[in-house]
Design a protein around this ligand. Structure first.
Ligand SMILES: [Zn+2]
Length: 485
C-alpha cells in the first residue's frame, strides 16, 4: 500500500511538472496571441434590402517601433461602387459578372468610437481606405480599440461580394486593418485580376443574424445558435485566421463528412451535380494534403457553392465554388481540390497573394496534380495536358513562353487580356516550375514543402524565406531562371 502511495505521489509530482511546463508554454503562446488583432463583428443580414448592418470592435496592436497617429482599414466593398478607382470588375467581364445589368455595392461607415466616444475619421485613397485618428498616438506595442458601425450594400453580382437568387457572398465585407511595414500602412487596392488581399492572422468572434431558413457557410467554427422568431443568430469563433468570409442562402442543401484526423468538411450546394463526388474528393484531398504537407489541426472546413464568375475563391477555413463548374466530374474535382489546397498555400503558409501570387497559385495547382498522381493517374495526365494547353493558348494568341510573367505582382496584369495572361503565367507557368522541381527531386521536394509548412504554420512568409527552402534542390537554378525570365 505504501509503495503504491509513493508511486501515486511520484505520478502527481510528474503531472505537476508537466502542468507547470504547459503553463510556461501557454504563457509563451499568450504572448504571441497578444500580438494578434482581435475582431468581434455583429452582422445582421437584411435579405430584403440586400444589406449587412454591422457593429465591429477591433483591437489593433501597434506591432512596429514608431508610434501611430492613425490606423488604416481597407474598405474592399467600395471597389464595387459606381465611382471606384480600384475596380473589382474589368470592362471585359461586365456581362458575365452582372446577371441583371450593372449593379453597385458599397460600404458606408456610420460611426467610429473608442470607449463610447466618437472619433475623427476620414475616407482616403479614393474611398478605398478608412483612416481613424485616436486622440493620442498609439505607442509601439500598445493596443487600441475601435468600434466601427457600418452598412454594406451587396451588388447583384457573381463576385466575392454579391447576391443573386437568394444567395449572398460576403467576402472581404468588413473594414480590415491594412497590412503594415516599418514605413506605415500598405493599402489593399482592389484589382481586376488575382486576389488583392493581404491581411494579418487574427482572432475573430462573429455573430451572424439571418433568416431562420437560411444556411450559412463560413470561416471559423460555429459554437452555438439561438433562434428568436423567424431569425437565428449563429455564433462563430475563429483563431489564427487571415480573413472572415461567409455565404448564405435559403436554397442551400448541406452534406458533411469527417477526415480521419477529425476535420469536419461541410459542403453547401445549389447545383447538385457530382455533390457526393465533390465532398468525397475534398475529404480525401484534405486528408492527403494533411498527411503530405502538414496537419492543419482545424476542426472544420466549409465548401460553399455560390454564384461566382471565376471557378472558386479561397478564404480561411472556407472556400467558394462557382455553380458553373459542375459540368463534368474532372472539372468539379479539379477546382474543388485547387481551392482546398489553398488551405495550405495562402492560409496555413501565409504567402503574399498580391506580390507573390506564383507561390500560392502554383503550389495549389501542383497539389492538385500530386493528389491525382497518387489517387488517379489518368486525371494527373489530363491535368498536365490542361496546363500545357493553357500555355499553348497563350503562345498562339500573344507571343512566346518568355512573355509569361509568373513572378510579377497582380497589378502588373492589366488591360483586356489581363486574366488570360495572369492565368497562363501565375497558374500554369508556376505549376511547371514546381512540377519540374518535383520530377527532378521527388521526395526531397515534398520534404521541403513539409518543412516550410511546419516552420511557418499560420505565419506570414516572404518570397525570399520561401525560396530559401527550395533553392538547394537539384536543377533549382535552371527552373528559377525560366520562372523569373
Ligand atoms: Zn487559386
Amino acid at each position: 500500500m505504501k509503495k503504491r502511495y509513493s508511486v501515486i505521489v511520484f505520478v502527481i509530482l510528474v503531472l505537476m511538472f508537466i502542468v507547470s511546463a504547459c503553463n510556461f508554454e501557454s504563457s509563451d503562446s499568450d504572448e504571441k496571441r497578444s500580438k494578434k488583432y482581435f475582431y468581434e463583428i455583429d452582422v445582421f443580414l437584411d435579405t430584403d434590402n440586400k444589406l449587412l448592418e454591422c457593429e465591429m470592435s477591433v483591437d489593433y496592436i501597434n506591432k512596429f517601433g514608431k508610434s501611430k497617429n492613425y490606423i488604416d482599414f481597407d474598405l474592399y466593398p467600395n471597389a464595387f461602387s459606381r465611382d471606384s478607382f480600384y475596380k473589382a470588375v474589368s470592362f471585359r467581364n461586365i456581362d458575365s459578372i452582372y446577371p441583371k445589368g450593372i449593379s453597385y455595392g458599397s460600404i458606408k461607415i456610420n460611426s467610429v468610437k473608442n470607449q463610447g466616444d466618437n472619433m475623427f475619421y476620414e475616407l482616403v485613397d479614393f474611398d478605398s481606405v478608412l483612416r481613424v485618428y485616436p486622440k493620442e498616438e498609439i505607442k509601439s506595442g500598445e493596443v487600441f480599440n475601435a468600434e466601427i458601425n457600418f452598412t454594406v450594400l451587396f451588388p447583384c453580382a457573381f463576385h466575392r461580394l454579391g447576391f443573386y437568387d437568394d444567395c449572398f457572398n460576403a467576402g472581404n465585407f468588413y473594414p480590415s486593418v491594412c497590412q503594415e511595414n516599418e514605413d506605415g500602412f500598405v493599402h489593399g487596392n482592389y484589382h481586376i485580376t488575382g486576389d488583392p488581399f493581404d491581411t494579418d492572422f487574427a482572432d475573430y468572434e462573429v455573430y451572424i443574424n439571418l433568416p431562420q431558413n437560411y444556411l450559412v457557410a463560413h470561416s471559423g467554427t460555429a459554437e452555438g445558435e439561438t433562434i428568436i422568431g423567424n431569425r437565428k443568430t449563429v455564433f462563430i469563433k475563429g483563431s489564427d485566421i487571415k480573413d472572415f468570409a461567409f455565404t448564405a442562402s435559403q436554397n442551400y442543401k448541406k452534406i458533411s463528412g469527417e477526415t480521419s484526423s477529425g476535420t469536419v468538411v461541410n459542403y453547401y450546394y445549389l447545383n447538385e451535380n457530382y455533390s457526393e463526388t465533390v465532398l468525397d474528393t475534398v475529404l480525401k484531398g484534405y486528408e492527403f494534403f494533411n498527411g503530405t504537407f502538414c496537419d492543419t489541426q482545424k476542426k472544420k472546413f466549409d465548401i460553399a457553392q455560390t454564384y461566382l464568375f471565376s471557378g472558386g475563391m479561397e478564404y480561411s477555413e472556407m472556400v467558394m465554388l462557382s455553380t458553373d463548374i459542375f459540368t463534368d466530374e474532372y472539372l468539379s474535382e479539379r477546382i474543388a481540390l485547387h481551392e482546398t489546397a489553398h488551405q495550405w498555400w495562402y492560409y496555413l503558409l501565409g504567402s503574399n497573394q498580391k506580390f507573390s501570387p506564383w507561390i500560392d497559385e502554383g503550389l495549389a495547382e501542383f497539389s492538385v496534380y500530386y493528389y491525382f498522381l497518387n489517387n488517379d493517374k489518368v486525371k494527373s495526365e489530363i491535368f498536365t495536358d490542361e496546363m500545357k494547353s493553357n500555355i499553348e493558348y497563350f503562345e498562339n494568341r500573344f507571343g512566346n513562353e518568355t512573355d509569361l510573367k509568373p513572378m510579377e505582382d497582380i497589378y502588373y496584369f492589366t488591360g483586356d487580356n489581363a486574366e488570360i495572361v495572369y492565368s497562363a503565367s501565375v497558374y500554369s507557368s508556376s505549376f511547371f516550375f514546381f512540377y519540374n522541381l518535383y520530377c527532378d527531386n521527388k521526395e526531397t521536394f515534398i520534404e521541403s514543402l513539409r518543412e516550410i509548412c511546419n516552420d511557418f504554420k499560420y505565419k506570414a512568409v516572404t518570397q525570399s524565406e520561401f525560396i530559401s527552402y527550395i533553392k538547394q534542390l537539384k536543377n533549382y537554378k535552371k527552373y528559377y531562371q525560366k520562372l523569373s525570365a
